[in-house]
Design a protein around this ligand. Structure first.
Ligand SMILES: O=c1ccn([C@@H]2O[C@H](COP(=O)(O)O)[C@@H](O)[C@H]2O)c(=O)[nH]1
Length: 230
């Protein structure tokens, strides 16, 4: 039985390629993320299909709009049967998404600071806080909004877990097996390091999708998770 603590990002352009990858990964993976690339290629149809096949689905659309729009969009995603949905962790957005969830089992995750950003990227956007302090502020605001969890990098896991305890799920992209290419990720750690620092779930895309043998790459990460969490 694979751990559902590995979420594989199906960052692929269309439904056919996503189905093929899921078939290749088979029982090595039980949790998939559908992000913008696949969603805009028709991939939201896979939420129901994967759910029927016994997989969990994370819809990573990082909603950010006026409250009324975020609330209604969240309610639409809730009807699809996804487990997680991301919104940007701005107070109005978090509160609107919380309203949109209603009584459904959908869990909203607030994106704190993109894992491809560092302090200089935030400064270039006009933020006066550094990554650490902005993640801490957004964690507090997410808790106040009553959402389920956060997207953050492995670098903020320890401080965030100390601050929020078990009140929020901590889900981290920016995860790379030792020696894997970083791509555009700037705040990273290995799967073992992420769980040692308090992650509930890790998100991994390219290190699996671009591997010569994706199923073997996923199984190697599952083995690392099993050791790190035993
Ligand atoms: O801060 C964030 C938020 C979301 N992501 C998403 O996670 C995956 C990571 O893919 P890799 O190929 O393992 O880098 C991708 O779908 C991102 O959209 C993130 O990386 N950072």
């Amino acid at each position: 039985m694979p751990s559902n603590r590995l979420i594989v990002a199906l960052d692929l352009p269309d439904v056919a390629q996503a189905r093929d990858m899921a078939a290749t990964l088979g029982d090595a993976v039980s949790f998939y993320k559908i992000g913008m690339e696949l969603a805009y290629g028709g991939g939201l149809a896979l939420v129901e299909e994967f759910s029927r096949a016994g997989k969990q689905v994370f819809v990573d659309l990082k909603l950010h709009d006026i409250g009324a729009t975020v609330e209604k969009a969240t309610a639409q995603i809730a009807r699809l049967g996804a487990r997680f949905l991301t919104v940007h962790a701005f107070p109005q957005t978090l509160a609107a998404a919380r309203r949109g969830v209603g009584d459904s089992p959908l869990q909203v995750l607030g994106v704190t600071v993109m894992t491809s950003y560092d302090d200089s990227d935030l400064a270039a956007c006009g933020y006066r806080l550094n990554v650490r302090d902005l993640v801490a502020l957004r964690a507090k605001q997410a808790q106040e909004a009553g959402i389920a969890g956060l997207i953050l990098s492995p670098e903020e896991l320890v401080a965030t877990r100390e601050a929020v305890g078990r009140a929020l799920l901590l889900v981290t992209p920016g995860v790379r097996p030792a020696g894997a290419a970083l791509g555009d990720q700037k705040r990273v750690a290995t799967p073992a390091q992420a769980f040692a620092r308090g992650a509930d779930y890790i998100v991994v895309g390219r290190p699996i999708l671009a591997a010569p043998e994706p199923r073997a790459a996923a199984l190697a990460i599952q083995a690392e998770i099993a050791t790190a969490t035993s």
